[in-house]
Design a protein around this ligand. Structure first.
Ligand SMILES: Cc1ncc(COP(=O)(O)O)c(C=O)c1O
Length: 378
């Protein structure tokens, strides 16, 4: 993931290269020179404020990564043993882990084949007295249909946790994704629209949840007697150095999203003509596609994604497999976390989906090359 070494070293086209500008580097140097290197620095608060403004929320809490953000979110909502949380099956493991780590039970919902998001028609069938929350994740590119999900949450009086790690800058009907959940979470890993190297954010409009998340992020130090702790917390703090980078990157969010859309649409216009592949289209009625990653799904189970990825690598093109579904994870099988039920769409995506280079400096000539090789292989 090193931007510089990559451009100098070889012609291999990686899936992702973080874009760190000279101005980003200047702002990092500035805080280091001032000695503001831990989490206790002004930039963290500035980043939280700017972030809240960007997504139109009252409060944001910067944390060490998106996985930590989810863990804090689940605990802050009081979810515990014997509780159930509905999560997508086709997603990052962090969603399931956050629930499991509070000794609660993740309940899986298969994805739909058009958007790759959770199939909303399946949710209500999974709700029972133990259900405390729906954790909805915007997968790869499209927003979930939030009106439908919010309606279900209201009907059953359950919480909404919105994982917007992959979609900073995406809107659902003119409102920012990540502004819908009782608690919403984000990631600033190196392949995200905005990166801090590592990092995450939690956002909420609820003052009490805000205070709870802030405390959980910082070991739940005692309010009256500092070293007499109030609860089981974590050190999930973000450093001021990360925040300095985040502030600067956030200023460019609109530009970044525009470029991502350009790249996604460029690939879509040329590759969707290939009858053997499916790509998510540029828009739905309620959401644009911001193509955080450009995913390719092989139709008709013609050839496994793992084979195509190997062959693309031989041509000097990086590619990554899609998420592996939760019910097929080795560790969860060993722990018997999920029943043996089948989730055909998630299984299909796990085996036949992969994504291709879409970093911000990717140019048309490289995309044309990638397109020509994909058309040759599939
Ligand atoms: C949907 C989703 N949620 C959470 C995470 C976890 O974020 P992090 O890698 O910052 O822990 C990711 C990571 O890519 C993700 O894609």
């Amino acid at each position: 993931m090193k931007a510089k070494s990559n451009s100098n070293k070889s012609k291999f086209i990686p899936v992702s290269i973080p874009l760190v500008s000279n101005e980003d580097i200047r702002s990092i140097n500035k805080v280091i020179r001032k000695g503001w290197i831990s989490s206790d620095g002004p930039e963290v608060k500035i980043f939280e404020k700017e972030f809240s403004k960007k997504i139109n929320r009252k409060h944001s809490i910067a944390v060490s990564n998106g996985t930590a953000a989810l863990e804090i979110a689940v605990k802050a909502l009081g979810i515990k043993k014997n509780d159930e949380v509905i999560i997508p099956n086709f997603t990052i493991v962090s969603n399931a882990l956050a629930v499991i780590k509070q000794n609660a039970k993740p309940v899986l919902v298969d994805c739909d084949l058009e958007t790759w998001n959770m199939n909303l028609d399946e949710i209500e069938k999974k709700i029972n007295k133990k259900t405390k929350a729906i954790m909805v994740t915007h997968i790869y590119s499209f927003s979930n249909d939030m009106d439908k999900i919010i309606k279900i949450c209201k009907k059953y009086k359950i919480f909404l946790i919105e994982d917007a790690a992959e979609v900073l800058g995406l809107k659902y009907k003119n409102k920012m994704c990540g502004s819908f959940g009782d608690i919403s979470t984000f990631s600033f890993y190196a392949n995200k629209q905005v990166t801090c190297g590592e990092g995450g954010m939690i956002s909420t409009n609820n003052r009490q949840l805000y205070e709870k998340c802030k405390s959980l992020r910082n070991l739940c130090f005692g309010k009256i007697q500092r070293f007499n702790h109030d609860d089981i917390g974590w050190n999930y703090r973000m450093t001021n150095i990360q925040a300095a980078l985040g502030i600067n990157q956030l200023k460019r969010l609109d530009k970044i999203v525009k470029k991502k859309i350009y790249i996604g649409n460029y690939y879509y216009n040329k590759l969707s003509k290939n009858k053997n592949i499916y790509m998510t289209p540029p828009k739905l009625s309620y959401s644009k596609n911001i193509y955080w990653v450009v995913g390719i799904l092989i139709k008709n189970k013609k050839i496994l994604a793992s084979k195509i990825i190997k062959n693309l690598n031989k041509y000097g093109i990086g590619a990554r497999p899609f998420f592996w579904p939760m019910h097929e994870q080795n560790i969860f099988k060993k722990l018997k976390i999920f029943s043996k039920k089948s989730y055909p769409n998630s299984s299909y995506l796990g085996k036949y989906g992969f994504y291709i280079p879409s970093y911000l400096k990717l140019d048309n000539s490289k995309m044309n090359y990638i397109i020509s090789i994909i058309n040759k292989l599939i």
